[in-house]
Design a protein around this ligand. Structure first.
Ligand SMILES: Nc1nc2c(ncn2[C@@H]2O[C@H](COP(=O)(O)OP(=O)(O)O)[C@@H](O)[C@H]2O)c(=O)[nH]1
Ligand SMILES: [Mg+2]
Length: 188
């Protein structure tokens, strides 16, 4: 799971998930996923993997709901939350048109705003997961996987601390406190 443009489909394809591989092959450039991409991880027999599209529209309504219900009802062994330090890709629009009513004077002014908005979107995913996790009775692992290291390698400490401390970590810990079972949380 994860917000839009963080690298979920790419990760799915790297793991050999058929639906994600098909999607990457069909599009040479970035296109938002509007469908669920499913398949097994190649080489692993019992590894049904579901990649959920991350756009707000899908996340909040039609697509995520049944999966969150299944998560709450003890389906799935683990969740990978795909984040990218706020470096979320967007398709089509020029950066100047992405936030209507916000005339950016420079790309760096845009980037500052975009990172803030996207980091909040990453936290919203944990909020969405939190309720389902609290209703679980069965053990589960949760991994926060930070993609796009090639973009943020020079700010390694800053980007890692976005998830190991501060509001993201607070949300995770609050969720864990409210859970009946204790999840194992892994950072990668
Ligand atoms: N620079 C960089 N780009 C990446 C990386 N992983 C994915 N992308 C690009 O980010 C965009 C969004 O990836 P995608 O997997 O479709 O994201 P999704 O919306 O979360 O499924 C695509 O253009 C990918 O090629 C990465 O590690 N580094
Ligand atoms: Mg996708």
């Amino acid at each position: 799971m994860g917000a839009s443009g963080t690298g979920k489909t790419t990760l799915g394809a790297l793991l050999g998930v058929k639906g994600a591989t098909r999607r990457i092959k069909a599009n040479g450039h970035y296109v938002l996923s509007s469908e669920v991409e499913e398949g097994k991880i190649s080489g692993l027999v019992f590894s049904k993997t579901t990649v959920l599209p991350g756009q707000l529209h899908f996340r909040r309504t039609r697509v995520w709901e049944p999966y969150l219900k299944k998560l709450a009802a003890d389906h799935y062994k683990g969740v990978i939350h795909v984040v990218s330090g706020g470096y979320h890709s967007f398709d089509g629009a020029s950066y100047r048109d992405l936030y209507p009513g916000k005339p950016f004077k420079s790309p760096s002014e845009f980037l500052k705003h975009h990172l803030e908005i996207c980091r909040e979107r990453e936290r919203e995913v944990i909020k969405a997961l939190s309720d389902a996790l609290q209703r679980r009775r069965k053990d589960i692992w949760i991994m926060t996987l930070i993609t796009k290291e090639d973009i943020w390698a020079k700010q390694h400490g800053t980007i890692c601390s976005l998830y190991s401390q501060g509001p993201y970590q607070d949300l995770l810990q609050e969720t864990e406190r409210r859970m009946t079972i204790k999840p194992r949380h892994v950072r990668a």
